[in-house]
Design a protein around this ligand. Structure first.
Ligand SMILES: [Zn+2]
Length: 75
C-alpha cells in the first residue's frame, strides 16, 4: 500500500489553536500528536486562516488524520 490516503483538504476535528505549539502551527510537528513529521509520512492539510487573520499551514500524520475523522464519526 504505497498510495497516499484519501484525505480531504479540510479536517473536521482540529485541536484548538491555543493548544497548538509553534511547531505544530508551522507544520513541523503533527497537528494531532505533536510528534515531529518526516518526509513520506505527512499529510499537508492546506493553508488556513486563524481567527486573528494569521495564515498557517498545519500538517499531520496520515494515521492521525484518519483517527480524527474516525473519532468524529464515532461520536
Ligand atoms: Zn500524528
Amino acid at each position: 500500500m504505497s498510495e497516499p490516503p484519501d484525505v480531504p483538504a479540510t479536517v473536521a476535528a482540529q485541536p484548538p489553536m491555543e493548544r497548538l505549539t509553534k511547531r505544530q502551527r508551522h507544520g513541523a510537528d503533527c497537528l494531532y500528536c505533536a510528534v515531529t513529521l518526516r518526509p513520506g509520512d505527512v499529510v499537508d492539510l492546506g493553508g488556513r486562516e486563524a481567527e486573528d487573520g494569521t495564515v498557517w499551514s498545519p500538517r499531520a500524520h496520515p494515521r492521525c488524520v484518519k483517527g480524527a475523522r474516525d473519532d468524529e464519526r464515532a461520536g
